[in-house]
Every structure is written in C-alpha cells, then in structure tokens.
Design a protein around this ligand. Structure first.
Ligand code: ATP
Ligand code: GLY
Length: 476
C-alpha cells in the first residue's frame, strides 16, 4: 500500500488535514473535512448500533474536564507514564520504547538498553542516552481559584464514577454495561503518524460490570479467536481461550464483536489478529489485556484495547472519596469487576480507510470500496446536462431522497469525471438522468465496485439499492 497516494486522496478530497494549518500548529491535531466528517459520523453511528444499542447497553456523555482527584484515584496521575528520550543536540523528543520497537521493557530496562546500545536520533543522528518518564495528561485549571484538573486521558473514569447512581436507579442488577463515545486527550511526545497517534481523539469505551462469583455466561457463537502470543499466531476455541487468557465470557464476547465489526467494514482477516499483552506492558489497572492489531502502511497498529480491569477503579474511587461504590447483590456487599473494550475512533477508522483503498491503474483513478453504511453519500445524482429539464428531474429526485439518505448532487463536468470523483470518495451508486428519462422514467444506475450500469425505474431507486445490497450480502 502506497501511503503517499493514500495521503494525497485524504488531503485533496477533504477527508482530514492538519488543524489550524496556516499557523504551523504542533503535530497530533487533525480536522476532519467536509467528506471525512460525514464518514466519521457514520462510522461512529454504525459502531454505536453495532456495539451498544443492539446489545441493550447503556450510554453516558460525561465531562471531559476531570478534577485531579479523580485521576489520582484512578492511578493516572502517578502511574500513567510514557518513557521518553530527548536528543541533547537537536532537542527532539521520542518515545523511547517505540523508537527501538520494544514496548515490553520497563523503565529500568530501557535505561540500560540506551546506555549500552548505540541508538541514534532519527533527526540529527546524535546518540540518545537518557530515558525518563513523562505524564501525557493535559493539565488545566477550573475557575478563579484554579482548581487543578486534566483533560480526560480515557473516557472510562466518568463511567466508573457514574456507576453507583446508574446501578441504583435501573434496579440494582448485574451485569450492567455502560458505555461512552467521546473525546480523550493525551499529550503524546512524538505524534508522527497522521491520525494514528493524535493528541486529541475519540474513543468508544464499553465497561461491562459483573459479579465475579456468578457464572456470567453470555451466548457466544462457537467461533475461533485468532491470537498472537509471543509473535506466534494461533486459533483458540472459546473454551481454550477462556482457559488460557481471561476466563470471563465478556472478554471473548468483545473480541468476537470487534472481529465481526472490522470484518464487516472490509479489514482483511489475514491482516488482523488479537495480541495478548505481556504483563510488563499492561496498563496499571489491568490483570489481562488483549489488543486488536492490524497491518497498515505505517506498520502494525493497535486499534482496540480490551482489559480485565477487575474492581480496581471502583475500589479506588471509594477509597479516595469515602463514598460507597460497592453494591448489594443477594444481601452481600460486593465491588463488581469490569471488562472493558476501548476502540480508538480515528485510529481504527484510518485502518478501515486504508484497507478499502483501491489503487486502480486500469480505471485510471484510485477509489474506496467501503460499504455504504460508512460512505459519505449513499448515492450521487447527476443530470447528464444542466438543461432541457434534465436538471429539474434530477433535483426532484434529489429532494425526494435526501430525507432518507445522504445524497450527493452535481450537475457540471463530464459524466466520466463525475463518476471518477464519486469513486474517489467511495460513493457506491451514481444515478444519471438523461434524455431517455424524459421518455420512459428510467435512469442509469452505475455501480462503483464493478462500474457496470443498468437502467432502473426512477421511482424505485432506493428499493433497488436495498435489494441489490441484500443480494450482495448473501453472496459474501
Ligand atoms: P499506544 O500504545 O499506541 O499509545 P495505548 O496502548 O496507549 O496505545 P490504549 O490506552 O489501550 O492505547 O487506548 C485504547 C485505544 O485508544 C487504542 O487502542 C487506540 O485505538 C486509541 N488511542 C490511544 N491513544 C491514541 C492516540 N494517541 N491517538 C489516537 N488513538 C489513540
Ligand atoms: N480505557 C482504556 C484506555 O484508554 O487506556
């Protein structure tokens, strides 16, 4: 996959571009443009339906600015740290672990490695020697008295703090699943890979609260889970998975869902797998972490993180506040345990976009193959010419469809060019209105994936598309 070609389309076709770009803004901030912002909204909508609403899970919308005490209780203030190395010559800063492609070393091991190996600054080639820890949370202050706070580094804490209230008011039963979709912030030291490593990004986080003493069975399809353990790929049955990794069904449930979700969006199965995270590499709150990794032109990237967070967060909020976060189940006071799924929106969307990008020499332009559920527009309406009443018919079709679907309209340029531009942003169907339309009320539908064309009744466009998509699904 050619990153340059891909980036060109991203920038030129207004998917995303650096924020406040006239000002030489620091890296790690990206705006989603007129096309990208629609794709991102649809992606989030699809994810919400897929992971949250279709499973009857709850959702909250919490504050981003988080009092410091919350993040002291969660351990982020003391233990959320990235190892960094600073070039003495040019002052560039790098993630010490990522620079040597080894995220499993702890700080002491990294220090020793840098002292004993010749690691050179990628910018000026000076030897890098020291490694230190850096807390990547953005600080802010609240009100005149400047109460200390942070922009949240994960969305999860608002869910933990809300948990006791939600539990009480919905009838006091476990499991209880609460999710949140929203912004998180990390002051990454070297965000150099486009929207893969941002300082401001969105997460979809789902917290599954359960009683560890219960059976906690979830109906799981008898699927295999593809795991990468110590760089060896193996397929595990659900029973073997539970026996080897995390015994609670909720973890396998999330992994199966994530696999189906990304598969449905065109990520190639042979280029993704789950990775069991070594104990040394796990976040401070976790007793078991499994990432979903995908191959991209930037290398292998983590697009989701799944963690068995135990009762760590609820217990620590109780300790810090002196308030009750435990719950009564069958007369017994317990702290529920939590399994979490955390999906980075921009990073995973990047992988989806790349996996759907087709470099097509034959066609003469590159195009996107993504499903219409996340395409910026489901269909485009093109009058062959902007006169003789063809444009009026086209506009009427546009008006009749726009309340139900995202529809693109363009009445200038040659039809060939309009098809090419539509392909480039992944519009799955183009409808052309020509002189024959005036005679027999038919229009031409052109299919993006095959470039085939056929005539259909202009009153049946959406019915035709839906039927076509149903048939395609059966074929897959
Ligand atoms: P990395 O090791 O790449 O920094 P992480 O292990 O810190 O990632 P998590 O803390 O597990 O990531 O966060 C959960 C998810 O949030 C990730 O799988 C990723 O999709 C997303 N995410 C985390 N950091 C960023 C970032 N800086 N930019 C974009 N997405 C991110
Ligand atoms: N909530 C998991 C993470 O962002 O690290």
């Amino acid at each position: 996959m050619n990153t340059t070609e891909f980036t060109k389309v991203m920038l030129n076709r207004l998917f995303f571009y650096p924020s406040y770009e006239l000002y030489n803004t620091p890296a790690g901030f990206y705006d989603f443009g007129p096309i990208g912002s629609i794709v991102k909204k649809k992606y989030i909508d699809y994810a919400r339906r897929f992971f949250i609403t279709s499973n009857g899970f709850l959702e909250i919308d919490g504050s981003i600015i988080t009092p410091k005490d919350v993040l002291i209780a969660s351990g982020h203030e003391q233990r959320f740290r990235d190892p960094i190395t600073i070039c003495k010559q040019c002052k560039s800063v790098f993630r010490a672990d990522k620079l040597i492609n080894n995220e499993q070393m702890n700080i002491e091991e990294l220090k020793t490695y840098y002292k004993t190996h010749e690691v050179l600054c990628p910018v000026c080639k000076t030897r890098l020697i020291d490694v230190e820890l850096f807390n990547p949370m953005f600080k802010t202050e609240i009100g005149y008295n400047k109460e200390q706070a942070y922009l949240r580094p994960e969305t999860a804490q608002a869910i933990y703090v809300s948990f006791p209230r939600i539990f009480r008011s919905i009838g006091g039963k476990l499991p209880l699943v609460i999710s949140q979709i929203g912004k998180s912030f990390r002051n990454e030291v070297s965000p150099r890979k486009g929207i893969i490593r941002l300082r401001e990004f969105n997460q979809i986080e789902i917290e599954y609260f359960f009683n560890p003493d219960d059976k906690n069975e979830i109906e799981l399809d008898n699927k295999k889970i593809k795991m990468n353990v110590d760089d060896k790929i193996e397929y595990y049955s659900i029973e073997d998975f539970k026996h080897t990794f995390v015994k609670y069904d909720a973890m396998a449930f999330f992994l199966i869902k994530e696999w189906e979700f990304f598969k449905s969006l065109g990520i190639k199965e042979e280029e993704m797998w789950f990775r069991w995270i070594d104990e040394k590499e796990r976040p401070h709150y976790s007793k078991g972490n499994i990432d979903l990794e995908v191959k991209t032109s930037y290398g292998i990237i983590e697009i989701t993180g799944n963690a068995y967070r135990t009762d760590y967060d609820l217990k620590n909020h109780a300790r810090k506040t002196g308030k009750k976060t435990s719950v009564k189940i069958d007369g017994k006071e317990i702290y529920p345990h939590v399994i979490e799924a955390s999906i980075g929106v921009e990073r995973s969307l990047y992988a989806v976009l790349e996996h759907n990008f087709i470099i097509d020499k034959e066609r003469g332009w590159n195009w996107f193959k993504f499903p219409s559920i996340i395409a910026p527009y489901t269909l485009a309406i093109f009058p062959l010419v902007k006169r003789d009443g063809l444009d009026n018919i086209a506009r009427n079709i546009f008006k009749s469809l726009i309340r139900q679907e995202d529809v693109y309209y363009k009445d200038t340029g040659s039809i060939g060019k309009r098809y090419a531009r539509a392909d480039e942003i992944g519009i799955p169907y183009c409808i052309t209105i020509d002189y024959q339309t005036k005679e027999d009320n038919t229009v031409t539908i052109r299919y993006r994936d095959s470039t085939k064309q056929e005539r259909i009744d202009l009153n049946n466009i959406l019915i035709h598309i839906r039927k076509y998509e149903r048939n395609q699904k059966h074929k897959d």
